[in-house]
Structure formats: structure tokens, C-alpha cells
Design a protein around this ligand. Structure first.
Ligand code: NOJ
Length: 437
């Protein structure tokens, strides 16, 4: 049997992008509920108060995934739905909602995967400093304990933090994502706490036998613009930031400050024993990659000394996100992560392409065909890739880009919220039924 046939296919989603019901049944506010009040921060001035109302339509969405032939349904838990204040009193209706989602997945024969944190910190915790407050490590550990105790009997696969670099970079360095903080200090301190929290969350989950616990890492291939030593060094710096910072400390390799000197400042926030506490022996690593960046050296960008050479200046094909469409990043990163020690099973825990409302969905099919060929090549090289989770099932709230980019293989009507299969969904159903033959 060709190895590609053994891959497990699923779909990935996230609470803040899909659930809506932002105040229903006792949910507390999250930083995204508050951030979207500043409408100028969101391209189409939208918010996720309703989103695609997964809260009420979860059965329909799970049914669609099942009918396509998908085997994994990855969703995230909204922390403030479980703990409206971030800590303390549990909201029983929040627990009931996720129990329903999990139970329905089992009833329909699709495996539920939980992401514990997909960027929507409770606002109450933000008011106490959010990820910049070292206490967040305990807040997160207590929250994960609750998830483990309520859902760990029926959910085997867990992803702790989704894309650390994007939520820390966007939310605490550039201020383009919630909570809209800027500056290197905010970024460094919150990154350190996020990684420590993830390590502690791992310990908490592993207290329960048989759970498989991993992380989802955002990966972006970085290339130098010119073949000069300055641009090559610049590319290494940005690579350390984008692709190494959120995994190497967990592997016991410390922060990659040799290639990214600003990380030396991390020592300000480290206390004795932190380096050991950061070590995590994950059960698997989730790779998520969408694009590639080309960088050149510049003196006027502080700390990073890099300028992105936009895809339009290098004749590269871009998506509505303005990102270069780069499925070749998938085999590249699977290869690269397969060389880390210790070796771990790999999953593509997200991958996809955004199209505009007007574009023909055929382009998405072309994209996934390239993804399949990339996966096929790494499987033939013996790389331990287990499966692929598409981003995403239904178009949804794409953070600061609002509802403009369409990542889904299913669309929804903004007025009625009714779902409609796109060409990709039909194509995938056929592909999945054929590979089983
Ligand atoms: C990765 C993030 O996890 C997800 O939330 C986002 O929508 C996609 N990338 C596309 O940007």
C-alpha cells in the first residue's frame, strides 16, 4: 500500500473564529471580544460575536466533516467559556457545550482533538497583565487541569498552544492581534511565560495515562534576498524567531540567541530552574505552514534588522492574505523537524490557502494537490508523518482580516449562516473515498 493511503485526514477549527455566542450561557469576555471593539483594527470592521455560530450549529459542521470522509475534528476550547473570570468558578454550561461536541464526534465516528489555547485569553486575566504576568503559568495549569478532568476520558489527542509565534508576535510585539500590546519587552516576557505554561500544561495532561499531547508550531520558510553574508545572517535571525523560538527551548536547546541576539534579554525574565522547566518530551509535533518570506538586511528595523521583500516584488503568486502561496514549505518543514532529536511523530495540524469571495475554488484544489504530492515525497523518504488537518472546514473570522479571506472548504451565508459545500469539499470526498479502495 502506498504510504499516502495511510495518512489520517481531518480538519482544524478554533473557538474564537467559529463559535460566536460570545456572551451566551455564561461565557466571559475574551481578549478578542474586547479587541474587536476597536473596529479600525479589523479590516472589514467585523467581530466574532456571532461568527459562524458553531455554538449552535456544531452538529451540522461535524456532520459535514463526517460526510466528506474526514476522521479528525480539531477544535479549540474557549477558556472564558469554561472559566468566565479566567480562574475560579467553573461555568457548567461551558463544560456541557464541549461535552456535547465531543460526544457528538464519537457518535458520528470522527475523533475529537482539543486545542487548549487558540489565542483567546479571558479578558479578566488580561486585566491582570495576561501573558506578561508570571502567574499566568498557574492560571493556565489550573485551566488545563479542568479540561483534563472533564474531557480527558473521551479525548486522546491534545494540542497545548497553537502557534506561539503568531499570538505573541501579533498580540504582544506588533499589536495587530489581541490584546494589541507592542514592544520587545512585552514580547519577550510573554513568550517566556507562554513556553513555561505550555511545559506545565504538558505535565498536567500527562498525569492522565494514554493521552497524546503535542504542540502546534507555525513555520515559515525564510530565505535571504541576496546571496550576501548580511542577508544570509538576516535570514538566520528571522528563522530563529519564526521557526526555532517556540520549539528549541522545549528540546533542551535553550533560546536560539546565537542567531538572534535580542533573545539574550530573555535572561531578565528567567529565574533559576526555568531552563529545565521548559523541557518537554511532546508525543508529537504539529507543523503548520502557509507561506515563505524573503528578507534583506537593513539597519533601521530595531532588534531584527530585517526587511521583508514583499511577494509582489519577486513575482510570487499571492493569496488574498497577501502571503506567497507556498505548499513547498510543507515537505521542507517536515524534513527539517524530522532531523531534530529526539524524533517525534509529525502531524500537519493545519494547512490551507485563502481565496477571495470571487476566486474559483478550483485554485484550492490545485493547492491541496500540491500538498499531497509534497506529503507523498516525504513519506517515501521515510518521514514519520501521521496525518493532515485542513485549515479549515467553514470560512470564518480570520482575526484582523475579518471575514475577507476564505480558508474554508465550505462557505456560509452571512445572513442565514447556512453552509454550502465548495468544489474542494466535493473533490476531497472523492479523493478520500478513492484512496480507501
Ligand atoms: C493559523 C491559525 O492557527 C489560524 O487561526 C488562522 O486562521 C490560520 N493560520 C490562517 O491564518
Amino acid at each position: 500500500m502506498s504510504k499516502i493511503k495511510s495518512l489520517i485526514w481531518g480538519v482544524a477549527t478554533a473557538a474564537a473564529q467559529t463559535e460566536g455566542a460570545y456572551r451566551t450561557d455564561g461565557k466571559g469576555l475574551s481578549i478578542w471580544d474586547v479587541f474587536t471593539r476597536k473596529t479600525h483594527k479589523i479590516k472589514d470592521k467585523s467581530n466574532a460575536k456571532v461568527a459562524i455560530n458553531f455554538y449552535e450549529r456544531y452538529k451540522e459542521d461535524i456532520d459535514i466533516a463526517v460526510s466528506i470522509g474526514l476522521k479528525v475534528f480539531r477544535f479549540s476550547i474557549s477558556w472564558s467559556r469554561i472559566l468566565p473570570e479566567g480562574v475560579g468558578k467553573i461555568n457548567p454550561k461551558g463544560i456541557a457545550f464541549y461535552n456535547n461536541v465531543i460526544n457528538y464526534c464519537h457518535e458520528k465516528g470522527i475523533t475529537p482533538w482539543i486545542t487548549t489555547y487558540h489565542w483567546d485569553l479571558p479578558q479578566k486575566l488580561q486585566e491582570k497583565g495576561g501573558w506578561t504576568n508570571r502567574e499566568v503559568i498557574n492560571w493556565y495549569a489550573d485551566y488545563v487541569t479542568i479540561l483534563r478532568d472533564h474531557f480527558g476520558d473521551r479525548v486522546k489527542y491534545w494540542i497545548l498552544i497553537n502557534e506561539g509565534i503568531v499570538c505573541m508576535g501579533g498580540g504582544y510585539f506588533l499589536g495587530v492581534h489581541a490584546p494589541g500590546k507592542i514592544g520587545i519587552q512585552n514580547f519577550l516576557v510573554s513568550t517566556h511565560h507562554l513556553l513555561l505554561a505550555q511545559a506545565k500544561g504538558f505535565e498536567v495532561l500527562k498525569k492522565k495515562k494514554n493521552l497524546k499531547v503535542g504542540t502546534a508550531i507555525s513555520c515559515t520558510k525564510i530565505e535571504p534576498y541576496r546571496n550576501t553574508s548580511r542577508d544570509i545572517k538576516t535570514a538566520k535571525r528571522i528563522d530563529a524567531l519564526m521557526n526555532r523560538l517556540f520549539i528549541e527551548p522545549h528540546l533542551g536547546k535553550g533560546y536560539p540567541f546565537q542567531d538572534l541576539p535580542i533573545l539574550r534579554r530573555m535572561s531578565k525574565y528567567c529565574i533559576d530552574g526555568d531552563e529545565d522547566k521548559l523541557k518537554v518530551d511532546f508525543d508529537f509535533w504539529g507543523i503548520q505552514t502557509y507561506t515563505r518570506e524573503v528578507v534583506k538586511s537593513t539597519w533601521y528595523i530595531p532588534y531584527l534588522g530585517a526587511l521583508l521583500v514583499k511577494p509582489k516584488y519577486r513575482n510570487a503568486e499571492t493569496s488574498i492574505m497577501g502571503w506567497e502561496t507556498y505548499p513547498k514549505g510543507i515537505p521542507y518543514f517536515l524534513n527539517r523537524f524530522s532531523k531534530y532529536d529526539p524524533k517525534k511523530p509529525l502531524w500537519l495540524t493545519e494547512c490551507g490557502v485563502a481565496l477571495s469571495e470571487q476566486e474559483d475554488d478550483i485554485k484550492r484544489i490545485a493547492y491541496y494537490r500540491e500538498v499531497i504530492s509534497g506529503m507523498d515525497s516525504v513519506l517515501n523518504e521515510g518521514i514519520n508523518l501521521k496525518g493532515i488537518l485542513l485549515w479549515t472546514l467553514v470560512d470564518n473570522f480570520e482575526w484582523a482580516e475579518g471575514y475577507i479571506p476564505k480558508f474554508g472548504i465550505v462557505s456560509f451565508d452571512p445572513k442565514t449562516l447556512n453552509r454550502t459545500w465548495k468544489k474542494t469539499a466535493y473533490w476531497l470526498k472523492e479523493y478520500l473515498s478513492n484512496i480507501k479502495l
